[in-house]
Design a protein around this ligand. Structure first.
Ligand code: DGY
Length: 328
């Protein structure tokens, strides 16, 4: 391979990306790819921050004050592959003069689809039913076999009303005739909520009391850590289900396990976990829980679009233009 011209910025990509994205990055930058797709260790992240002009990290990289304290720091931008950036200490990054970007919009529809899929799966016992067939326990159709819960016409409670929540609201309201209620400290304009058939509630607690399905769509911040705790779970109906496609630490996983064990809620469907990739062992044993491995944006189309968006942010930055998706 020819050495990259000195003028090309060096970019370290921390995980394997879809082929078209890696090709594009390699054409434009002196790109260091992660060929075996191993999760970077803290020393590897520090080495990248010392040795490259840019990092293209993902949710599996914890970039804290410690990683960012390296000397000398060469990196000038963290072009995150993903919309959520709670794994990056953005204040520490800013203090060190780093620009941080994310990849909004391109994953909205797929993540909304994921939330709806989880809602249907947990309500109609799809995971449990699949395991039943695969384990050859199915003896044939019968009127009382594996009865689930109807989704159509029920009330969906959205915690947060950003882009993904609004896409879920559209699907739920227009597709399933659901009543949609929501709470967001920064709500969308009333006309927009009305267009989606969504009713704003005065508090999160009101949403939890009303909803048959509670779907989480707020960012992970210090304020939203364990937002769904023992007390909040106690507000949910015993027939209600919790769906989380946002971030794991919004839910106190131990409190969720207790609520499920004591049948204080009917079930949960999770795409994200408090200590990914670890899952609280009790959850693995519960039939009324659906567990997916953080698949919200996991389609070929979206993962390419996310990579190209991160690429565009890098391209803009190194050409002296403001990156479109700058978060700090
Ligand atoms: C996102 O984009 O935030 C996804 O959860 C992957 O990080």
């Amino acid at each position: 391979m020819r050495p990259a011209p000195a003028s090309r910025p060096t970019v370290v990509v921390t995980r394997k990306l879809p082929g078209p994205v890696e090709d594009r990055l390699e054409r434009e930058f002196a790109t260091r790819l992660n060929r075996d797709d191993h999760p970077f260790t803290a020393p590897e992240l520090q080495e990248a921050l010392r040795g490259a002009d840019a990092l293209l990290p993902t949710v599996t990289d914890r970039i804290t004050t410690e990683e960012l304290s390296v000397e000398p720091l060469r990196a000038r931008i963290l072009a995150n592959f993903g919309v959520g950036y709670n794994h990056i200490d953005v204040h520490a990054a800013k203090a060190r003069g780093l620009v941080v970007t994310n990849t909004p919009e391109v994953l909205t529809d797929d993540t909304a689809d994921d939330a709806v899929m989880l809602m249907l799966m947990v309500a109609r016992r799809a995971g449990e039913a699949e395991r039943h067939v695969r384990s050859r326990q199915w003896t044939g159709w019968r009127p009382t076999h594996m009865l689930g819960t109807r989704v159509s016409g029920k009330t969906l409670g959205l915690v947060g009303m950003g882009r993904i929540a609004r896409a879920v609201a559209t699907r739920a309201h227009c597709g399933f005739g659901m009543r949609v209620v929501f709470h967001d400290p920064y709500p969308p304009p009333p006309a927009l909520a009305a267009e989606l058939g969504a009713e704003q509630q005065s508090s999160l607690d009101a949403v939890l009391r009303e909803a048959d399905f509670v779907s989480l769509h707020c960012p992970a911040t210090p304020e939203t850590r364990h937002l769904i705790d023992t007390e909040r779970l106690a507000l949910m109906k015993p027939t209600a289900f919790l769906i989380n496609t946002a971030r794991g630490d919004i839910v106190d996983e131990a409190a969720l396990v207790a609520a499920l064990k004591e049948q204080r809620i009917a079930g949960a469907a999770l795409d994200v976990y408090e200590r990914e990739p670890q899952v609280t062992p009790d959850l693995l044993t519960m039939e009324n829980v659906v567990l997916l491995p953080h698949l919200g944006s996991a389609t070929q189309e979206t993962r390419v679009a996310m990579g190209l968006r991160a690429f565009e942010n890098l391209q803009a930055f190194f050409s002296g233009a403001p990156p479109r998706d700058r978060v700090v």
